[in-house]
Design a protein around this ligand. Structure first.
Ligand code: PMP
Length: 431
């Protein structure tokens, strides 16, 4: 399998972009080899610039739930593009996508479109602060919420700590407004509310944490978060940038039947175009400018092309039976990899929910963050990732990232992928 053209392009791109990329994980730093430059995608497949074909489980990190180059999305985008790319003025197509979302999702009553998940979360945090007139935010170790200053923080030592910045360029004073606690540990949350009485504006969580592997939370924990935030008059924010429209049309809120105060979305809403959104009750959203005092704006927000892609994609997702088929297919796939690994006593655990899965090189169930994941397991992932690539299977280039299955992955594709994955596992455990 030649990777010559990718290597050449990477040499060039390193002159243009820091680390040769426009988003860090793409640089393949935590796996073997240089990044593949992708030429095209169709259904469950991608082709790199050297002409190698892969079954893709990265799906552009989640948005492509209908696979690559879906004809309905492509047609709707093309038809819309013929009328112009952007107006910075209201368009009917924004109403159309909003209606599709709000009619099928009882957890939000009003929303605002933005252009990325990061922007959605940043705006939701400002809204929570503006609404509660409090400053502190409580987040969980191992949850990622985009590259926002106040959320690029990690836990210090101790049960309840102010965050420590996890990126250069984030002032300590910003990090001090963020409290970081362990996932799935309600006592830590209770203690934080005690220590910072009437200071916490919001608790933000990925209800299905999928950025440090897939750290499924106990439903009772999520419910306890709902209860304590209500009692303490803080808002509960579900960051559903990954889980939204992925585990079901109503995302994790629908899956667990828990009503958060604000929900953030991204990825899937745009069908591959840059879109995010945040939504809440009419009462909370009334605080957003120009109706209220919380300022938030965007030149390209509600961009017609992005709305078009979203409408085409969500229309498919709203059809009955869509999620059932997809989720069943993913469950079968995950279970058979687990069976294979268990039969050979490999320390592998497949976590799965909806059409999200994570192949973890551990034998313990994980509900908490990366710091508890044995770094040695990431060495195993490196080998596994290389051997999968060599066999035409593309996973995101980091052992902390989850995989996604799309409606276009057929039974045959999944059989082919499984055979390659089994071989890759055998080689991984020979090392
Ligand atoms: N929140 C979550 C839960 C995410 O997974 C991500 C990105 N993977 C973001 C926020 C940020 O979204 P974006 O990359 O679109 O800015």
């Amino acid at each position: 399998m030649s990777r010559e053209k990718s290597a050449e392009l990477y040499e060039k791109s390193k002159e243009y972009f820091p680390g040769g990329v426009n988003s860090p994980v793409r640089a393949f730093k935590s796996v073997y080899g240089t990044p593949l430059f992708i030429d095209k995608g169709d259904g469950p497949y991608i082709w790199d610039v050297d002409g190698n074909k892969f079954i893709d489980f990265c799906a552009s990190w989640g948005p492509l739930i209908l696979g690559h180059n879906n004809p309905k999305i492509r047609e709707k985008v093309t038809e819309t593009a013929l009328k112009g790319m952007s107006f910075g003025a209201p368009t009917a197509i924004e109403n159309e996508l909003a209606e599709l979302i709000l009619k099928n999702n009882k957890f939000i009553q009003k929303l605002r479109f933005v252009s990325s998940g990061t922007e959605a979360v940043m705006s939701a945090i400002r809204l929570a602060r503006g609404y509660t007139k409090r400053d502190k935010i409580l987040k969980f170790e191992g949850c990622y919420h985009g590259h926002i200053d106040s959320l690029l923080v990690k836990a210090g030592s101790g049960l309840v700590t102010f965050g420590e910045t996890s990126s250069a360029g984030v002032p300590e004073s910003f990090a001090k407004e963020t409290i970081v606690v362990e996932l799935n540990n309600i006592d830590a949350v209770k203690q934080a509310f005690k220590e910072y009485k009437d200071q916490i504006a919001a608790v933000i969580i990925e209800p299905i944490p999928a950025n440090n592997g897939l750290l499924l939370q106990e439903p009772e924990f999520l419910q306890a978060l709902r209860d304590i935030t209500s009692k303490e008059k803080a808002l509960l924010i579900f960051d559903e940038v990954i889980s939204g429209f992925r585990v079901g049309f109503e995302g994790a809120a629908g899956y667990y039947q828990i009503q958060p105060d604000i929900i953030t979305y991204g990825k899937i809403i745009g069908g591959g175009m840059p879109v995010g959104a945040y939504g809440a009750s009419r009462e909370i959203m009334a605080n957003v400018s120009p109706e209220g005092a919380v300022y938030q704006a965007g030149t390209l927000s509600g961009n017609p092309i992005a709305m078009a892609a979203g409408i085409a994609q969500l229309t498919e997702l709203s059809r009955s039976g869509f999620y059932k088929d997809l989720n069943n297919k993913t469950q079968e796939f995950a279970e058979s990899i687990q069976r294979f690994a268990s039969a050979r006593n490999y320390k592998v655990r497949i976590q799965q929910i909806g059409s999200i899965f994570w192949i973890a090189f551990t034998d313990r169930e994980k509900t908490q963050a990366a710091s508890q994941i044995d770094p040695a397991s990431m060495e195993k992932f490196k080998v596994f990732h290389r051997e999968c690539l060599n066999r035409g299977i593309y996973f995101g280039p980091s052992g902390y990232e989850v995989g996604f299955i799309s409606s276009t992955h057929t039974k045959t594709d999944l059989e082919v992928a499984k055979r390659a994955i089994f071989e890759a596992l055998d080689l991984t455990f020979k090392h």
